[in-house]
Write a protein that binds this ligand. Structure first.
Ligand SMILES: NC(=O)c1ccc[n+]([C@@H]2O[C@H](COP(=O)([O-])OP(=O)(O)OC[C@H]3O[C@@H](n4cnc5c(N)ncnc54)[C@H](OP(=O)(O)O)[C@@H]3O)[C@@H](O)[C@H]2O)c1
Length: 367
């Protein structure tokens, strides 16, 4: 039995209540469930349908970038609660990767954790979860066979016989045609329902799309860094190519790793590697934008996080996958769905955001 959603109609009304900033976290779960379920979207030309917003699982088990280089039971419980709160809020799409939480002392593989959380939940009730994971195009991996063998290892960690979306995490230095062939083989062998790429430029995207098309397989998605303060996909042709070819743009780091939530200030910057990107100077320049996001959100009874996620969804053909470390964060994300900013607000936010110089991106986008 799949998770049951109430059959009452849901309409994405423009919500203008005067509720406090945290109001959405307490919004009726039933409404959120209905909204998320009914607003499912297809990933590109594939048959896979996912919620309009997914949850990123990079931080789960990771000790290389997140979690102050330490993973412990408390963080594990919080990650499990994030997973369960997502499901409770109707968000059933999860993004992980073979490299998340891998190869570092004290880390736990994110795929292993996601697989465990799914299994634990399935023991209580049947839930429909869409899982996306990724192949790491490491320089010593050659040919289509390497994609299939990495995928089999991912499936084994996840405890699944197939995944909904398998993505090339970044373009390889070489061997890219072989990797694309490997994606096609994975579809034909029934190991994945849809395939995508990540950090692909417009040219690479078009090449990958055409190569798969020859086999009758749609390239479903391109996962790239995209947020209000990192709008490279709008400028480098990637967003336009995704729209033209019917490829879903999956937006990673959609809340700029917490910088767009209003939680971090020049006096209270993030710790760890993020602190080197979102410096006090950068956060000071961000304040006018954050203030405007807050004001707009107050008109809808929405938090800053929900406004910036809604801004991405309003671009059309974009599925943001914010990372949630705990239940509160995951629940808050669900409140980004079921309403929409006006066209005027969308353009105003883009214009205010363009006053801020973007942070440095992931260099693989330029490969
Ligand atoms: N394909 C790629 O190359 C690539 C690259 C990066 C990410 N990704 C994917 O995209 C996902 C999301 O990106 P991301 O994790 O880099 O960044 P993000 O989603 O923009 O930010 C996530 C972080 O923001 C903070 N946060 C989350 N919800 C919050 C809330 N409601 N209020 C305040 N702070 C909140 C949390 O950290 P704190 O609580 O510690 O502040 C959380 O870890 C990843 O998990 C991964 O699946 C893919």
């Amino acid at each position: 039995m799949a998770l049951q959603f109430c059959g009452v109609g849901f309409s994405p009304i423009r919500y203008r209540g005067g509720l406090g900033a945290r109001a959405v976290a307490s919004e009726s779960n039933a409404t959120a469930l209905r909204g998320a379920e009914e607003e499912k979207v297809k990933l590109g030309g594939s048959e896979v349908k996912v919620t309009k917003l997914g949850i990123g699982a990079w931080s789960w088990g990771d000790t290389a970038y997140w979690n102050d280089f330490e993973w412990d039971d408390r963080k594990l419980k919080a990650a499990r609660a994030a997973f369960n709160a997502s499901i409770d809020s109707g968000i059933t799409f999860f993004d992980t990767a073979e490299v998340y939480g891998a190869g570092v002392m004290g880390a736990v593989n994110s795929e292993t954790l996601l697989g465990r959380f799914i299994k634990e939940r399935q023991q209580k009730e049947s839930v429909e979860v869409a899982v996306a994971t990724k192949f790491a195009a490491l320089p010593w991996r050659f040919g289509r066979g390497s994609v299939l063998s990495a995928l089999r290892n991912s499936l084994s960690r996840l405890g699944l016989s197939s995944v909904d979306l398998y993505q090339l995490h970044w373009p390889g230095i070489w061997g890219n045609e072989g990797y694309i062939d490997g994606l096609g083989d994975a579809v034909e062998q029934g190991l994945v329902k849809a395939v995508g790429v990540s950090n692909y430029s417009e040219k690479r995207l078009r090449d990958a799309y055409n190569q798969l098309k020859k086999r009758g397989i749609p390239l479903a998605s391109n996962q790239v860094n995209y947020s209000l303060i990192y709008r490279l996909p709008e400028e480098n042709g990637v967003k336009a190519a995704c729209d033209e070819l019917g490829i879903t743009l999956i937006a990673y780091s959609p809340i700029a790793q917490g910088a767009l939530t209003g939680k971090y200030t020049p006096e209270n910057p993030p710790t760890g590697p993020r602190g080197r990107i979102y410096t006090p100077e950068f956060l000071a320049k961000l304040q006018p934008l954050l203030n405007r996001i807050k004001e707009i959100g107050q008109n809808y009874g929405k938090t800053q996080t929900q406004v910036v996620l809604n801004w991405l969804i309003c671009q059309g053909n974009v599925v943001p996958i914010p990372g949630a470390k705990n239940a509160e964060q995951a629940t808050e994300f669900a409140g980004a769905l079921g309403w929409q900013l006006t066209d005027q607000e969308i353009e105003e936010l883009r214009s205010v955001a363009s006053e801020t110089k973007p942070v440095i991106g992931f260099p693989v986008e330029k490969l």
